[in-house]
Every structure is written in C-alpha cells, then in structure tokens.
Design a protein around this ligand. Structure first.
Ligand code: AMP
Length: 289
C-alpha cells in the first residue's frame, strides 16, 4: 500500500496502476480517525474495485469558524495500518496546502461547488452554514483527481449522501455513488470519530439519540404514520439535562423534504449536542422508515 500526499503524484500512480487494462477505481473519502464504520465502506470498496483508494483529509472548508477543525482527531499512522490490513492500495493524505492554493489561505475564499440553498440550508446545514459547500467542493476535487468509477459514503451522514448524489447528477460526474449502512456499537450508538470526545457519562447520554430513533421505528412498524407523533416520541428521549436536540425531523428519502404523513419512504434524522467535560459534542444519527 502506498501513502501519497500530492494530487499529481496520486494521478500518476493511478494511471500507472490502471495501465491499459481499464481497471476499476473505488474511492472512500474520509477525514481519518478511522473506525469500524469507515472500515465497512473500505472493505466494500476493496471487494468491488481493482484499485481501492482511501482519502484521509480533514477538510478546512467544511468547518465553521467556531467548530472543531483544529482539534479534530488526526491519526494517519493508525489509519494507514487499518487500510493496509483491509487491502487498500492507496491512502491519499494531502496537507491543506496540497488541496487549496495560496489564494484560499490569504483570502479564505476559493472556487466552491454550491448546491441549491434550500437543499443545503436545512437540517445540518442550518446550524453549519457553508458546510455542504465545503463537502461538495472537496468531494468534487477528489472525484476529479482520482477519476474513480465508484465512491462510497455512509448513510450515517444521510443529508450528505443525498446532496452528493444530487451533485453527481447535476454536474455529470461520471461515477457511481454507493450508500452504505450505518455501523453501530452493540448498544446502538452510531460509530463516529467524534465519539472519542465522549466521557463514559456523556456517552450514556448520547445513547438516547439512537434509542429515540429505535423507538420511533418501533411505533412506525406498529402502524403510526403521523410524523408529529413520531417526532414527539423521539424528542421525549432527548429532553434530558446535558442533552440538547438541535433538530428531530422526518423527510422523504426521495427529495429530503419534510412530510407530515409517512406514506412514502422516509428517514428520521436527529442532531443533538451532548455535554462532555466543558465542551458540547454535536452528534448526528438517523433511521430509515
Ligand atoms: P467522516 O470521516 O466522518 O467524514 O466519514 C467518512 C465516511 O464514513 C462518510 O461517508 C460517513 O458517512 C461514513 N461513516 C462515518 N461513520 C459511519 C458509520 N457509523 N457507519 C457507516 N458509515 C459511516
């Protein structure tokens, strides 16, 4: 397995590996701090492609000014060992200066991919303005650098997956987006790199998020189709000291627009902040209904 830092080196390595045989290239974009959730995507990518690439890059343009960009966990050595074990061919680990030019560092502005306002400024985008523009921009760059045939994303970030599929369709990127199931701890907590910020106590509080989703699903399976009833039930799990619901919403899977009655495929999404030490840790999770 190779670890490559420069976009042009990655391009030539892929060209070399692809040779003239038309081998397929799969990409798993990550911000590193890899856990079993990432690894489920990585293993699928290795299985389904001749050349498997994992990008490991904490992307500055998707973080807001008061977010955790600086302290986001960076564990490249450990990540690389996990990737090597999983059969990955290349880990792409650029520095911010390899991906963004001097203009960006001087003016804090760059060429962005900006999906429509109403698509990105709800749910997670409401409290994280500019987040999805940053995500689409880095993902678009990675698609262009790798010319991958398939790219793998987790359903854990359901709105992100929806937006990236739309971007690929709108901009005619020539690749397939593959959505992968959410990987959870045995007790239900969705795996996340941000779980490393949790204390034992705040982890217990965080468990309410998945429990709220499971309860809503249980009621849905029993025949309750009114979104408000399901949302109120979920909210009751989140009304605890030390836990603050940012949103609990139900949207249609086809367009991510709110629905009142669940008469088509839907998804319930939660974002909540958990008090841990002095900080508030923002976690997201969702369940398909
Ligand atoms: P991140 O490093 O957080 O940007 O995540 C990289 C990719 O891994 C994204 O496509 C995420 O949706 C996916 N991912 C993160 N956590 C999980 C999880 N628990 N289950 C499945 N996919 C996940």
């Amino acid at each position: 397995m190779k670890i490559i830092h420069k976009p042009n080196d990655l391009r030539s390595e892929i060209e070399k590996l692809k040779n003239t045989k038309g081998l397929s290239v799969g990409l798993v974009p990550t911000m590193g701090a890899l856990h079993d959730g990432h690894l489920s995507l990585i293993k699928k990518c290795v299985k389904e492609n001749d050349i498997a690439i994992v990008s490991d890059f904490v992307n500055p343009t998707q973080f807001g000014p008061n977010e955790d960009y600086a302290k986001y966990p960076r564990t490249l050595e450990k990540d690389s060992a996990l990737c090597s074990e999983a059969g990955v061919d290349i880990v792409f680990a650029p520095a911010p200066e390899d991906i963004y030019d001097e203009y960006y560092f001087k003016h804090k502005e760059t060429t962005l991919i900006c999906p429509p306002y109403d698509v990105v400024n709800k749910l997670c985008g409401k409290s994280r303005p500019g987040h999805f523009d940053g995500v689409c921009t880095i993902v678009g760059k990675l698609f262009n650098i790798t010319k991958c045939n398939r790219a793998y994303f987790g359903k854990k970030d359901a709105q992100q997956l929806f937006i990236i599929k739309k971007m690929v369709k709108d901009l005619y990127f020539d690749l397939e987006i593959i959505g992968c199931p959410i990987v959870r701890e045995e007790d239900g907590l969705a795996l996340s790199s941000r779980n490393t910020y949790l204390t034992a106590e705040s982890r217990n509080l965080a468990l309410n998020i998945s429990q709220a989703l499971f309860k809503a699903k249980e009621l849905f399976d029993k025949g309750i189709k009114e979104a408000d009833t399901l949302i109120d039930t979920a909210l009751s799990y989140l009304e605890k000291p030390g836990l603050e619901a940012e949103y609990v919403e139900i949207v249609a899977q086809e367009n991510f627009e709110k629905i009142d009655t669940l008469n088509k495929k839907a998804v319930m999404l939660i974002a909540a902040k958990v008090d841990s030490h002095e900080a508030k840790i923002r976690l997201i999770d969702n369940i398909e209904l």
